[in-house]
Design a protein around this ligand. Sequence first.
Ligand code: ZN
Length: 273
Amino acid sequence: MWLWIIVIILLILFALDREIYFYEATHLGPRVQAWLYDRWARKYDRSKGESQKQDAEVLARPALEALRNVPAPFILDLATGTGRMPLALLKETTFNGHIVAVDVSQGMLEQASQKLEQSQGRFTLLRLIDFPLPFPDNSFDMVSCMEALEVMPEMDRPLEELFRVLRPGGFFLASRGTEASGRKSKVIGRDDFKSLLESKGFEQVEVITWWKWFDRVTARKPGQLTPSNHRTLTDILQCPSCKKINFIRAENNLKCHECGKTIFLSTAGIVLL
Ligand SMILES: [Zn+2]
Protein backbone atom coordinates (compact mmCIF):
# COMPACT_ATOMS: atom_id res chain seq x y z
CA MET A 1 0.00 0.00 0.00
CA TRP A 2 2.63 2.57 1.08
CA LEU A 3 4.84 1.54 -1.77
CA TRP A 4 2.07 2.41 -4.24
CA ILE A 5 1.50 5.80 -2.63
CA ILE A 6 5.22 6.57 -2.88
CA VAL A 7 5.31 5.44 -6.52
CA ILE A 8 2.30 7.63 -7.38
CA ILE A 9 3.81 10.66 -5.61
CA LEU A 10 7.10 10.16 -7.48
CA LEU A 11 5.26 9.90 -10.79
CA ILE A 12 3.36 13.13 -10.08
CA LEU A 13 6.61 14.90 -9.14
CA PHE A 14 8.27 13.61 -12.31
CA ALA A 15 5.34 14.82 -14.46
CA LEU A 16 5.39 18.25 -12.77
CA ASP A 17 9.14 18.54 -13.17
CA ARG A 18 8.86 17.76 -16.89
CA GLU A 19 5.95 20.12 -17.34
CA ILE A 20 7.69 23.00 -15.60
CA TYR A 21 11.30 22.67 -16.69
CA PHE A 22 10.87 21.03 -20.08
CA TYR A 23 7.57 22.36 -21.42
CA GLU A 24 7.89 25.65 -19.49
CA ALA A 25 4.39 25.14 -18.01
CA THR A 26 2.74 25.28 -21.42
CA HIS A 27 -0.22 23.24 -20.25
CA LEU A 28 -0.78 25.15 -17.01
CA GLY A 29 -2.02 28.40 -18.57
CA PRO A 30 -0.49 31.85 -19.18
CA ARG A 31 -0.81 33.09 -15.60
CA VAL A 32 1.20 30.17 -14.20
CA GLN A 33 3.69 30.65 -17.03
CA ALA A 34 4.03 34.34 -16.25
CA TRP A 35 4.61 33.53 -12.58
CA LEU A 36 7.30 30.98 -13.44
CA TYR A 37 9.08 33.24 -15.94
CA ASP A 38 9.08 36.00 -13.33
CA ARG A 39 10.99 33.60 -11.07
CA TRP A 40 13.43 32.55 -13.80
CA ALA A 41 14.01 35.99 -15.28
CA ARG A 42 17.26 36.91 -13.54
CA LYS A 43 18.97 33.66 -14.50
CA TYR A 44 17.28 33.18 -17.87
CA ASP A 45 20.00 34.57 -20.14
CA ARG A 46 22.68 32.32 -18.64
CA SER A 47 20.99 29.27 -20.17
CA LYS A 48 20.59 30.85 -23.60
CA GLY A 49 24.15 31.41 -24.78
CA GLU A 50 24.48 29.01 -27.69
CA SER A 51 21.36 29.99 -29.56
CA GLN A 52 22.04 33.70 -29.55
CA LYS A 53 25.56 33.85 -30.98
CA GLN A 54 24.41 34.37 -34.56
CA ASP A 55 21.47 36.68 -33.97
CA ALA A 56 22.94 39.47 -36.11
CA GLU A 57 23.63 37.24 -39.12
CA VAL A 58 20.62 34.93 -38.91
CA LEU A 59 17.90 37.21 -37.51
CA ALA A 60 18.51 40.96 -37.50
CA ARG A 61 20.27 41.50 -40.85
CA PRO A 62 18.00 39.28 -42.97
CA ALA A 63 14.99 41.01 -41.36
CA LEU A 64 16.32 44.47 -42.17
CA GLU A 65 17.17 43.34 -45.69
CA ALA A 66 13.55 42.17 -46.09
CA LEU A 67 12.42 45.63 -44.91
CA ARG A 68 14.93 47.61 -46.98
CA ASN A 69 12.17 49.72 -48.57
CA VAL A 70 10.74 50.72 -45.19
CA PRO A 71 12.66 53.73 -43.81
CA ALA A 72 11.50 53.30 -40.18
CA PRO A 73 10.10 49.78 -39.67
CA PHE A 74 7.46 49.35 -36.98
CA ILE A 75 7.99 45.89 -35.48
CA LEU A 76 6.16 43.61 -33.06
CA ASP A 77 8.23 41.03 -31.16
CA LEU A 78 5.88 38.59 -29.44
CA ALA A 79 7.26 36.62 -26.47
CA THR A 80 10.30 38.87 -26.42
CA GLY A 81 11.55 37.41 -23.11
CA THR A 82 14.64 39.32 -22.02
CA GLY A 83 14.65 41.35 -25.23
CA ARG A 84 16.76 39.19 -27.49
CA MET A 85 15.18 40.31 -30.79
CA PRO A 86 14.97 44.05 -29.96
CA LEU A 87 18.59 43.93 -28.83
CA ALA A 88 19.72 42.28 -32.08
CA LEU A 89 17.82 44.84 -34.19
CA LEU A 90 18.89 47.88 -32.18
CA LYS A 91 22.57 46.88 -32.48
CA GLU A 92 22.29 47.30 -36.26
CA THR A 93 23.26 50.82 -37.27
CA THR A 94 20.93 50.67 -40.30
CA PHE A 95 17.85 50.11 -38.11
CA ASN A 96 15.85 53.28 -37.67
CA GLY A 97 12.49 51.95 -36.52
CA HIS A 98 10.56 51.17 -33.35
CA ILE A 99 9.91 47.82 -31.67
CA VAL A 100 6.90 46.90 -29.54
CA ALA A 101 8.21 44.03 -27.42
CA VAL A 102 5.54 41.91 -25.74
CA ASP A 103 5.79 39.22 -23.08
CA VAL A 104 3.64 37.56 -20.40
CA SER A 105 6.29 38.11 -17.74
CA GLN A 106 7.04 41.47 -16.15
CA GLY A 107 10.23 39.96 -14.67
CA MET A 108 11.54 39.07 -18.11
CA LEU A 109 10.64 42.53 -19.45
CA GLU A 110 12.52 44.15 -16.57
CA GLN A 111 15.65 42.28 -17.70
CA ALA A 112 14.96 43.47 -21.25
CA SER A 113 14.60 47.02 -20.00
CA GLN A 114 18.07 46.90 -18.42
CA LYS A 115 19.68 45.45 -21.53
CA LEU A 116 18.06 47.99 -23.84
CA GLU A 117 18.72 51.01 -21.64
CA GLN A 118 20.95 52.67 -24.26
CA SER A 119 18.12 52.72 -26.79
CA GLN A 120 15.43 54.66 -24.90
CA GLY A 121 12.59 55.81 -27.11
CA ARG A 122 13.25 53.20 -29.80
CA PHE A 123 11.27 50.39 -28.19
CA THR A 124 8.24 49.89 -25.94
CA LEU A 125 7.81 47.00 -23.51
CA LEU A 126 4.29 45.66 -23.03
CA ARG A 127 3.19 42.97 -20.60
CA LEU A 128 0.26 41.06 -22.03
CA ILE A 129 -1.03 37.90 -20.35
CA ASP A 130 -3.29 36.52 -23.05
CA PHE A 131 -4.65 36.99 -26.58
CA PRO A 132 -6.06 38.80 -28.49
CA LEU A 133 -3.28 41.25 -29.29
CA PRO A 134 -4.65 44.74 -28.50
CA PHE A 135 -3.83 46.14 -31.95
CA PRO A 136 -5.91 46.69 -35.09
CA ASP A 137 -5.39 44.63 -38.26
CA ASN A 138 -2.42 45.53 -40.49
CA SER A 139 -0.48 47.46 -37.83
CA PHE A 140 3.14 46.28 -38.17
CA ASP A 141 5.71 46.15 -40.98
CA MET A 142 7.20 43.05 -39.36
CA VAL A 143 6.21 40.57 -36.64
CA SER A 144 8.54 38.11 -34.93
CA CYS A 145 8.23 35.34 -32.38
CA MET A 146 11.44 33.47 -31.60
CA GLU A 147 11.74 30.11 -29.83
CA ALA A 148 8.33 30.55 -28.25
CA LEU A 149 5.50 29.06 -30.33
CA GLU A 150 6.25 25.64 -28.83
CA VAL A 151 5.74 26.84 -25.28
CA MET A 152 2.37 28.41 -26.00
CA PRO A 153 -0.74 26.29 -25.27
CA GLU A 154 -1.40 25.96 -29.01
CA MET A 155 0.00 27.59 -32.14
CA ASP A 156 -3.15 28.46 -34.10
CA ARG A 157 -4.16 31.50 -32.08
CA PRO A 158 -0.75 33.19 -31.93
CA LEU A 159 -0.17 32.57 -35.65
CA GLU A 160 -3.60 33.95 -36.56
CA GLU A 161 -3.01 37.00 -34.39
CA LEU A 162 0.46 37.62 -35.81
CA PHE A 163 -0.95 37.35 -39.34
CA ARG A 164 -3.82 39.71 -38.52
CA VAL A 165 -1.67 42.53 -37.13
CA LEU A 166 0.98 42.24 -39.89
CA ARG A 167 0.62 44.65 -42.80
CA PRO A 168 0.04 43.26 -46.29
CA GLY A 169 3.48 42.48 -47.72
CA GLY A 170 4.91 42.54 -44.19
CA PHE A 171 7.69 40.23 -43.00
CA PHE A 172 7.21 37.33 -40.56
CA LEU A 173 10.16 35.87 -38.63
CA ALA A 174 9.80 32.91 -36.27
CA SER A 175 11.25 29.51 -35.43
CA ARG A 176 10.29 25.86 -35.50
CA GLY A 177 11.28 23.56 -32.65
CA THR A 178 13.26 20.70 -34.20
CA GLU A 179 12.92 16.98 -33.62
CA ALA A 180 16.18 17.21 -31.62
CA SER A 181 14.57 19.62 -29.16
CA GLY A 182 12.82 16.64 -27.61
CA ARG A 183 9.50 18.42 -26.99
CA LYS A 184 7.79 15.60 -28.84
CA SER A 185 4.19 16.68 -28.29
CA LYS A 186 5.01 20.11 -29.70
CA VAL A 187 7.23 19.24 -32.67
CA ILE A 188 5.66 19.83 -36.07
CA GLY A 189 7.61 18.49 -39.06
CA ARG A 190 9.06 20.98 -41.54
CA ASP A 191 6.52 20.36 -44.28
CA ASP A 192 3.60 20.41 -41.85
CA PHE A 193 4.88 23.61 -40.26
CA LYS A 194 5.03 25.21 -43.71
CA SER A 195 1.50 24.02 -44.46
CA LEU A 196 0.30 25.36 -41.10
CA LEU A 197 1.63 28.84 -41.93
CA GLU A 198 0.12 28.71 -45.41
CA SER A 199 -3.23 27.69 -43.93
CA LYS A 200 -3.12 30.92 -41.88
CA GLY A 201 -2.56 32.94 -45.06
CA PHE A 202 1.23 33.37 -45.14
CA GLU A 203 3.17 32.99 -48.41
CA GLN A 204 6.85 32.65 -49.39
CA VAL A 205 7.32 30.42 -46.34
CA GLU A 206 10.94 29.32 -45.85
CA VAL A 207 12.20 26.99 -43.15
CA ILE A 208 15.99 26.72 -42.90
CA THR A 209 18.36 24.99 -40.51
CA TRP A 210 19.46 27.39 -37.78
CA TRP A 211 20.76 25.56 -34.69
CA LYS A 212 20.20 22.25 -32.97
CA TRP A 213 16.86 22.98 -31.33
CA PHE A 214 15.28 25.46 -33.74
CA ASP A 215 14.93 26.09 -37.47
CA ARG A 216 14.49 29.65 -38.67
CA VAL A 217 11.18 30.41 -40.36
CA THR A 218 10.42 33.39 -42.61
CA ALA A 219 7.30 34.31 -44.56
CA ARG A 220 5.30 37.21 -45.96
CA LYS A 221 1.71 38.30 -45.74
CA PRO A 222 0.41 38.59 -49.32
CA GLY A 223 0.29 42.10 -50.75
CA GLN A 224 2.46 45.13 -51.40
CA LEU A 225 4.10 46.59 -48.32
CA THR A 226 3.40 50.26 -47.79
CA PRO A 227 5.19 51.47 -44.62
CA SER A 228 3.01 51.84 -41.54
CA ASN A 229 4.34 55.25 -40.48
CA HIS A 230 3.43 54.30 -36.92
CA ARG A 231 5.99 55.57 -34.47
CA THR A 232 5.14 54.10 -31.10
CA LEU A 233 2.74 51.95 -29.07
CA THR A 234 0.10 54.65 -28.50
CA ASP A 235 -0.42 54.93 -32.28
CA ILE A 236 -1.97 51.45 -32.28
CA LEU A 237 -2.88 50.42 -28.70
CA GLN A 238 -6.60 49.68 -28.45
CA CYS A 239 -8.29 50.51 -25.15
CA PRO A 240 -9.35 47.25 -23.42
CA SER A 241 -12.61 48.95 -22.36
CA CYS A 242 -13.83 51.01 -25.33
CA LYS A 243 -11.55 49.60 -28.11
CA LYS A 244 -10.65 53.11 -29.32
CA ILE A 245 -7.05 54.17 -29.98
CA ASN A 246 -6.61 57.37 -28.04
CA PHE A 247 -4.22 56.98 -25.11
CA ILE A 248 -2.54 59.99 -23.60
CA ARG A 249 0.81 59.29 -21.99
CA ALA A 250 1.51 60.63 -18.52
CA GLU A 251 4.53 59.96 -16.29
CA ASN A 252 3.39 56.63 -14.87
CA ASN A 253 0.31 55.71 -16.87
CA LEU A 254 -1.54 55.74 -20.16
CA LYS A 255 -5.04 57.21 -19.96
CA CYS A 256 -7.76 56.58 -22.53
CA HIS A 257 -9.02 59.96 -23.70
CA GLU A 258 -12.35 58.39 -24.74
CA CYS A 259 -13.43 56.43 -21.64
CA GLY A 260 -10.90 57.28 -18.93
CA LYS A 261 -9.43 53.76 -18.63
CA THR A 262 -5.96 53.91 -17.06
CA ILE A 263 -3.12 51.49 -17.83
CA PHE A 264 -0.20 51.72 -15.43
CA LEU A 265 3.50 51.65 -16.22
CA SER A 266 6.05 49.91 -14.00
CA THR A 267 8.98 51.88 -12.61
CA ALA A 268 11.02 50.43 -15.50
CA GLY A 269 8.47 51.90 -17.94
CA ILE A 270 6.79 48.59 -18.83
CA VAL A 271 3.16 49.02 -19.95
CA LEU A 272 1.16 46.64 -17.71
CA LEU A 273 -1.90 45.63 -19.66
ZN1 ZN B 1 -11.22 53.62 -23.61
